[in-house]
Each structure stands twice: as structure tokens, then as C-alpha cells.
Design a protein around this ligand. Structure first.
Ligand code: PEP
Length: 262
């Protein structure tokens, strides 16, 4: 597995061309040596391509269509995203699942299309508070990932998985490093068991209220290949601090095995 930690920013429906330029200016002068990318709203992809190309930052989108092309008003295809030099596309974010009723099946097709277009899909999974309280985390993660495993088969090693407990997103309260390490171990084992893909082949990121103060404790845990950052990725200095923590923690990671969740 790539031992360099990966930091992905999710700007959600925020940002502007001026903000893209501000990040690029900072990244061009002084940026820690970790892999980092900003997933911007679709209209900002051309600005990201123009501004980030000469910096260590890469860029990506936050969603793509499950269709290839045609009469799908308002949709954006993977080919269009790729045309602007994007490397990543987030699929299955909990906000898309909740507000757009996206299904596990649709998300699996999006991941397939992304890979076929040369993009790396970042597949988001995670339980909500009710599911956590009902000890259903393991069941929910298994259900969300099984469709991906079936759709991608041997290509599974080319995706990134982001564990984002819905209760932690935007709450200011990240999951504890212990819960994160344990749950990532469970996901890795589940992928190994169902896909035969070695646990170490898939990068598993944590997302949910990551900030400069908690990033180091999270990134130093076993099974954590990086972080997916929402709010803090809109502040250049905060993102740089998180990337510094990622650079410090970039060392070979051991994967846990035999982890069970309810
Ligand atoms: C997200 O929505 O992907 C996210 C991680 O948000 P935040 O960091 O703001 O919790």
C-alpha cells in the first residue's frame, strides 16, 4: 500500500474562484509533503485545473452521474470531470444519500464509471447516530460496501474508501481515534473477506470533524490512510496544518485483522 497519507478536502457547496486562487498561492509557496486534493463544486473545476496545476495540490469533484451521457438534465459525467484534469471524485457522500436518495447500487455504478474514466472514486460509507446507538454499524457498513465489492471485483484496490460516521460530520466532535482504528480494521477485513483484496490494498480515510487539533491523533492510528475534511478544508491555514500532521504520520501502516463489529 502507498504509505503516504492522503488528505482530501470536500468543499461541499462552498468556495469561489478567488478562494481557489488563495489556496493555490499558499500551496505554491509552502506546502507539506503529503498527498492532498480539494474536491470542489463542478463549476470550480476549470479554476482548480488552472490554479493547482503548478502546486502540490490535486483536485477532484464531489459527485458524478451514474450515466455515461445523454438526456440527464443537470447531471455531470465522469468524462466531463476528467476533462478538467481531476484525479478524484467523491461518491456516496452521506449528504447525497440523505438528500438525493442515492442507493448503494447507484453509488457502485458511479464508482465503476469513475474508474473507467481514469478517476479515483472516494467511496463514502458510515452509519448514522440511530444506527450506531442500535449497534448496527457493522451491518450498515457491510451493506454499503457489498455492492461496491460486487461491482468492482479486482478493481477494488484502485478505489479509496472514506469512513464517515454521519453523526460526526459537521458536529465538531470527531469519532475517537480508538473507534476509528477499530472500524477501519473492520472495513479492511470485510473487503479482504468478500473480495479477496488484501486489506492493505485499499486506502481507508476517516472523515467527520477533522481539524488541525485532532488530525495528528487520528492520522497516527493503524489502518488510517488519510482523512476526508469538510469545514476545515475551506481555511487554507487549517488545511495546511492537517497536511503537516499527515506528512509527519506518513509511514508504513499495519492492518489489523479479526475485528468484529455488531
Ligand atoms: C464531510 O462532509 O465529508 C466532512 C468530513 O465534513 P466535516 O469535516 O465538516 O465534518
Amino acid at each position: 500500500m502507498n504509505s503516504s497519507k492522503l488528505v482530501i478536502g470536500n468543499w461541499k457547496m462552498n468556495g469561489s474562484t478567488a478562494q481557489v486562487r488563495a489556496f493555490a498561492d499558499l500551496a505554491a509557496q509552502d506546502w507539506p509533503g503529503c498527498e492532498a486534493a480539494l474536491c470542489v463544486p463542478h463549476p470550480l473545476l476549470p479554476a482548480a485545473q488552472a490554479a493547482f496545476g503548478a502546486t502540490p495540490l490535486r483536485w477532484g469533484a464531489q459527485d458524478c452521474s451514474a450515466e455515461e451521457e445523454g438526456a440527464f438534465t443537470g447531471e455531470v459525467s465522469v468524462r466531463m470531470i476528467r476533462e478538467f484534469g481531476a484525479r478524484y471524485v467523491i461518491v456516496g457522500h452521506s449528504e447525497r444519500r440523505a438528500h438525493h436518495a442515492e442507493t448503494d447500487g447507484q453509488i457502485a455504478v458511479k464508482a465503476q464509471r469513475a474508474l473507467a474514466a481514469g478517476l479515483t472514486p472516494i467511496v463514502c460509507v458510515g452509519e448514522n447516530a440511530q444506527e450506531r446507538d442500535g449497534d448496527q454499524t457493522g451491518m450498515v457498513l457491510r451493506r454499503q460496501l457489498l455492492q461496491i465489492v460486487r461491482a468492482l471485483g479486482r478493481d477494488l484496490g484502485s478505489i479509496v474508501v472514506a469512513y464517515e460516521p454521519v453523526w460526526a460530520i459537521g458536529s465538531g466532535d470527531a469519532a475517537s481515534p480508538g473507534i476509528i482504528e477499530h472500524t477501519h480494521g473492520f472495513i479492511a477485513d470485510m473487503l479482504t473477506f468478500h473480495a479477496g483484496t488484501p486489506a492493505s490494498a485499499v486506502r481507508i480515510l476517516y472523515g467527520g470533524s477533522v481539524n488541525p487539533r485532532n488530525a495528528g491523533a487520528i492520522l497516527s492510528r493503524r489502518n488510517v490512510a488519510g482523512v476526508l475534511v469538510g469545514g476545515a478544508s475551506l481555511v487554507p491555514a487549517d488545511l495546511r496544518e492537517i497536511c503537516k500532521a499527515a506528512a509527519r504520520c506518513s509511514a508504513p501502516t499495519a492492518m489489523e485483522s479479526d475485528v468484529t463489529l455488531q
